[in-house]
Ligand binder design. Sequence first.
Ligand code: PRX
Length: 653
Amino acid sequence: MADPKRAEFADLLREDRSFSPPPEFTARAVVRDDRIYAEADRDPEAFWARFAGELEWSRRWDTVLDWQPPHAKWFVGGKINASVNCLDRHVRGPRRNKAALIWEGEPGDRRTLTYFDLFRQVSAFANVLTSLGVRKGDRVAIYLPLIPELAISMLACARIGAVHSVVFGGFSAESLRDRINDSQCRVLITADGGFRRGQIVALKQVADEALADTPSIENVVVVQRGHAEMPVHIKEGRDHWYHRLMQDASYKCDPEPMDAEDMLYILYTSGTTGKPKGIVHTTAGYLVGTYATTKLVFDLREDDVYWCTADIGWVTGHSYVVYGPLANGATVVMYEGAPDWPKKDRFWSLIETYGVTVFYTAPTAIRAFMKWGTEWPKKRDLSSLRLLGSVGEPINPEAWVWYYHFIGGDRCPVVDTWWQTETGAIMITPLPGVTTLKPGSATRPFPGIAAEIRNERGEKVDVGGGLLALTRPWPSMLRGIYGDPERYVRQYWNKWGSGVYVTGDGAKRDADGCFWLLGRVDDVINVAGHRIGTMEVESALVDHPGVAEAAVVGRAHEIKGQAIAAFVTVKEGTHATKDLADVLKEHVVKKIGAIARPDDILFTADLPKTRSGKIMRRLLRDIAEGKALGDTTTLADPAVVAKLKANYEEEYG
Ligand code: PRX
């Protein structure tokens, strides 16, 4: 384990005000008093079953939980379909013509889909998938920009029982290929392209590169954004235009009654090895978890306009753009592009235009807004907002207070929500009508969730720092890693006995029982809210013929939270030049995607290693952060580190 970062924690505590919920907020809130915590603790299964009972089942469950640590089955015997709960249920009632999705493309194009529109399109596309031979249990890869067809594709898969695997549109051809091959997807859904900061992202071209080596793919569906500059090659027999297939598709499609534990989706995320893991979520528990948390944490009311800015390619988009809000019948805003395009007030202009009431974004965005200056939000009317959320990385108190004041007008509670791809739904969070907020703290576990701080030996720490663990199963928990059951056990459940889930995060619990998240303690880094494995970047670097060895660490970064610093040794005969550094950065982009581009590359003749040959990443992080070096006595050659530090300071100091 790396050291829990105490210095950073001291920083976190600089802002020591706390904020009680405004009485007028509490008066109308979904949860108005904190008895819900005791109630959920007394009988967690009954608590979750209460929310399950608000959903529509084609067969009710027999048993809420079957827990054979570390394997859980929730709502055993139940039959349920996620698309029915996100669509049919609303279409039959007064929400039929309510806006489900309000979408805006980066160039300014707009589409609004009512629940009935979305229901028809999902059903029609579900029929299209069936006509392409997709059957229950088949995997379907989705590689799309943030357009309505992304949500439509996911729900269409859910309707017929196909398992979707969404790959973020910023990932490279190789990343897409590996994800398709790992789970043997039969169909790929992509688009000619999308827009990002005024640039065209030619997705189909990238997909074509991946498709050269994905033997399991039989059919490719291509959504047309219809821009002349998006070059598209259509391979006869394999590739089909989405709009052509949809032309004659019937919108009558009987939903597949899914077993509660049938797989709903796979989503790849980075871990401590070079290979991303396919996190598996199943149907009923995931739906119950996202439904309940969306309702309580975002305090949803019928007339809310809810906007979560995450891309659907990440878990936040799965749970809090698609499944959670749609299961609640909310109006969801979706925006395709960048927050600073064409100007730095794009987000605020969207909030003003659509009257957004609940807004959920990431600290990295908030820190960028702070840097851009308050004149941008001040130009817009943000008075529709009533609740703000934060997710993806620790939020520093300064950013929290800025968000609260300049965006929320000192009137909107800020819910700092901690969770992971693996947890499926929010785990630690305030409930906005009852929780006293402390800037920088995600406060308390959601009702029914049991979180603890433990020391290395596994002993519970009541007040103080250590490792964050979840000690009771929860409905939306991951059910495994696709194709690697053994890794599931080893990675998450083996540290202190098989009933305790190890999060990989360091955290501290204060005397009031509030949790303060301190970041990852494993070889995973969090760059601008994106989770990246240091080993993945290292493998990409050593894949270059000139590189002998590479070590990658995250260093603190003012806006992105962490930046990627790579220490590289080159092979004999290769010259360690600035040009090579640029080539290596591009090489990583090509292998993984732009999110993994190293910020710093430092060439070095040696890497600091222990006598047993292990690279000492902790020291490298200290070097990259310009800190005084800690204990180097276990090093094989302490001189290596001193030299490295001097070089780094010369280059980046
Ligand atoms: O380190 C934690 C950080 O993001 C990790 C999970 O990343 P991912 O699976 O990509 O999911 C991101 C969106 C849920 C966690 O292990 N993290 C997430 N939310 C917070 C956070 N760290 C501190 N505070 C948060 N609110």
